[in-house]
Design a protein around this ligand. Structure first.
Ligand code: PLP
Length: 388
């Protein structure tokens, strides 16, 4: 019988019944070590007891009221995000692509408010990923994501990621802003160079362009700092956050400096579900856990350890894998063999990983992964590669 689900995800075979920490269990009870974590979402693993407690506590009190009324939990989380980042103000939504969308609107509205509504074009990078809304696919212009969905260019231009000359050529009189991922996720775990980012920032200052970072995937401590830009030395004007933000509960946020967020006056933008008490209760708990100093230290120790071990595997198996990319626990393993084949083999050995870019696999353990779990994943990898 045909499925009642649309076919956009293909038809995966594997299903899971429950999860504990770094592990997922099938209905038959088979255990998988999960280094996908819902694509960098479950930053504290599955069913972290503190998150379950926060969710249950809020669930028995109040789920949703809409933004017709004050939501103290959202004010609290916005304050925490602002106090720990470049930003002054925050807008909450329910997904990464909505956070990006809010940023796109802010970029245009900022120039509109200055009486420059003709400045409405936004530059995005090649191999970028910003989600699946009409605006987001126009931004990235990935032909696979765009086919059959376009009507004009929606006001987006593309520059080559990491290439300043390409960017300078695309900047024009009507350019309003730039969006980029400091570490490209779907594009293959590619870290932007500090020099490049510094120059992008300088160009934005020079031309009064709004700079938005999309940290939907690399943010929320995945890179080893709350946001990756901290380590790359350049602050944006706007930042899109989601994925790890809710630890598995859907929530997104657009962070902004005040001179940009002031363009979002009453009535300009909104979301029915955005910042609802349930999402905020969980996200506040996630934030407190992942920003504890001991947590970050543990995360970075695991990152150093697994990266060193992966480099050794690259030396040991040069015909199979050829490089380790990313920072922190946002790990890319560039393959010589086909990445999909490697992922399938790992899955048969009960280790879950996910594809990225042309021929990379992503290893995205929970940020509280233990040394034993890291060693177990490394053993599986080594075992699989040695038999290739
Ligand atoms: C996943 C992702 C998005 C889209 O997030 P959704 O929650 O799927 O809408 C946007 N940008 C980046 C960098 C992502 O990794």
């Amino acid at each position: 019988m045909t499925s009642a689900l649309m076919g956009n995800y293909g038809r995966p075979e594997l299903e899971f019944d429950h999860g504990i920490g770094s592990y997922l269990y099938t209905p038959a009870g088979d255990r998988y070590l999960d280094f996908t974590m819902g694509i960098a979402v479950n930053c504290l693993g599955h069913c972290h007891p503190d998150l379950v407690r926060a969710l249950n506590h809020q669930a028995s009190k109040l789920w949703h009221t809409s933004n017709l009324y004050r939501i103290p939990q959202s004010e609290m989380l916005a304050r925490k995000l602002a106090n720990n980042s470049f930003a002054d103000q925050v807008f909450f939504c329910n997904s990464g692509t909505e956070a990006v969308e809010c940023g796109f609107k802010l970029i245009r509205r900022y120039h509109y408010d200055k009486g420059q509504s003709q400045r409405n074009r936004i530059i995005a990078m090649t191999e970028s990923f910003h989600g699946r809304t009409i605006a987001a696919i126009n931004a990235s212009a990935n032909p696979v994501h765009c086919e059959g969905f376009l009507a004009g260019d929606c006001g987006f231009d593309q520059a080559k990621f990491g290439d300043l000359e390409s960017l300078k050529q695309v900047i024009g009189d009507n350019t309003a802003g730039i969006i980029l991922e400091p570490i490209q996720g779907e594009g293959g775990i590619r870290v932007a160079e500090k020099e490049y980012l510094r120059e992008v920032r300088r160009l934005c200052n020079e031309h009064d362009l709004v700079l938005m970072f999309d940290e939907v995937q690399c943010g929320m401590a995945r890179s080893g700092s709350l946001y990756a830009y901290e380590q790359l030395g350049v602050e944006p004007d706007l930042l899109a956050s989601a994925k790890g933000l809710g630890g598995g509960f859907p929530v997104g946020a657009c962070l902004a400096k005040e001179n940009f967020s002031q363009s979002m006056g009453p009535g300009t933008h909104g979301s029915t579900f955005g910042g609802n008490p349930l999402a905020m209760a969980v996200a506040n708990e996630v934030f407190d856990l992942i920003t504890a100093p001991a947590f970050t230290e543990h995360l970075n120790q695991q990152a150093i350890y697994i990266r060193a071990a992966l480099h050794r595997l690259c030396e040991q198996y040069p015909r199979q894998i050829e490089g380790v990319t990313g920072i922190g626990l946002m790990i890319g393993l560039s393959c010589v063999i086909n990445n999909g084949d490697l992922i399938d083999a790992l899955q048969r050995n009960r280790l879950l990983a996910v594809k990225a870019g042309a021929n990379t696999i992503r290893l995205l353990p929970p940020l509280n992964v233990s040394r034993d779990e890291v060693n177990s994943a490394l053993d599986t990898l080594s075992d699989v590669l040695s038999k290739w």
